[in-house]
Design a protein around this ligand. Structure first.
Ligand SMILES: [Zn+2]
Length: 316
């Protein structure tokens, strides 16, 4: 939950407590009063235009094909985000820039950041800082936006300039844990984060079916709202991992029947419940040969404990 274990003011072990209507990590010593508010951090981002094309750069710590915008944290001395972003462009690319326009604010939930994005026109000769190891230039309309953080700023500027944005670059998509695609329109995984639900919307998911308990690992307390906010339909069928029932499976089959002709994403905590339910659903209702369905099941796990008996009872 947090990388902080001890109070930075008095060194007592931190605890969870209610502050400002949310559970937060705080010092139990009332006299000390430390609270880790964990507010999002503002980050400035620049879509840098140089000689008519956009500069994308690669950080030394990133995988080979991953290029992105110039970004950086605001400094205490930056009088305005505009000067902060121009400072970053100069530090990272060695270019003098001018603000062309403000593009927008973009939440980046995974990093707990709020991105403030600008279009910057820059001149000079590129000299990369030590953090960056590679750069390239592309026409704005040719950049494939990535479905996270600054990628949405690229897409918005393309639209503003009258271009039809290329499809999102899904190789940059963050997929939830234990991801397994049964078909193009039937996707499964363990519990996604709020940001990963946004990615699911981007790849065209219409319906989310959740078989996890509200108390399962990494469960989102407001998953129904997160899913609704992205315009996807939601079915929650909580299944006890050590006591799945015939009724649970009936309800699951009904939700699948109601989602025909949709792109469906089914998840639980670790994709174990889901892989068994989908194995049974495919064999019992879709006429999928048992060995074919079993391949997908075994790609996720080998059922143990109560599950082999649950499977045998449904197949009987
Ligand atoms: Zn303290």
């Amino acid at each position: 939950m947090s990388r902080y274990k001890y109070c930075p003011q008095c060194a007592k072990p931190l605890e969870l407590a209610l502050h400002g209507e949310m559970q937060r990590i705080a010092c139990p010593d009332r006299g000390c009063g430390f609270v880790l508010w964990d507010n999002p951090v503002p980050v400035v981002a620049a879509i840098v235009e140089h000689e008519g094309e956009i500069i994308l750069a690669r950080n030394a710590a990133w995988p080979p094909k991953m290029f992105a915008l110039i970004t950086g944290f605001l400094e205490r001395n930056d009088p305005h985000p505009e000067s902060g972003v121009l400072r970053e462009v100069e530090e990272e690319l060695g270019l003098k820039g001018k603000i062309s326009e403000f593009i927008g604010f973009y939440p980046f939930e995974r990093m707990n950041q709020i991105i403030i994005a600008y279009h910057v026109i820059a001149e000079g000769t590129v000299r990369l800082s030590e953090e960056l190891i590679e750069w390239k230039k592309m026409p704005l309309e040719k950049i494939k936006p990535w479905p996270a953080g600054t990628g949405y700023a690229v897409r918005d500027l393309q639209i503003r300039r009258g271009f039809t944005p290329p499809a999102f670059d899904l190789s940059m998509l963050r997929k939830p844990r234990n991801w397994h695609e049964i078909s193009e329109r039937l996707l499964t995984a363990g519990q996604p984060s709020a940001e990963e639900f946004q990615s699911l919307k981007v790849i065209g998911v219409d319906v989310v079916i959740n078989l996890a308990m509200p108390t399962s690992d990494h469960a989102l307390a407001d998953e129904d709202e997160v899913v609704a906010r992205h315009g996807m339909r939601y079915h929650h069928i909580p299944v006890l991992f050590d006591a799945p029932t015939a009724d649970d499976f009936e309800r699951f089959c009904a939700a699948m029947a109601a989602s025909r002709d949709s792109t469906v994403f089914v998840h639980c905590a670790a994709n174990k419940r889901v892989s068994v339910f989908l194995f049974l659903w495919r064999v019992l209702t879709q006429g999928v040969p048992r060995d074919v369905a079993e391949r997908d099941l075994l790609a996720v796990w080998t059922p143990d404990a109560v599950w082999p008996a649950f499977i045998a009872a449904r197949l009987a």
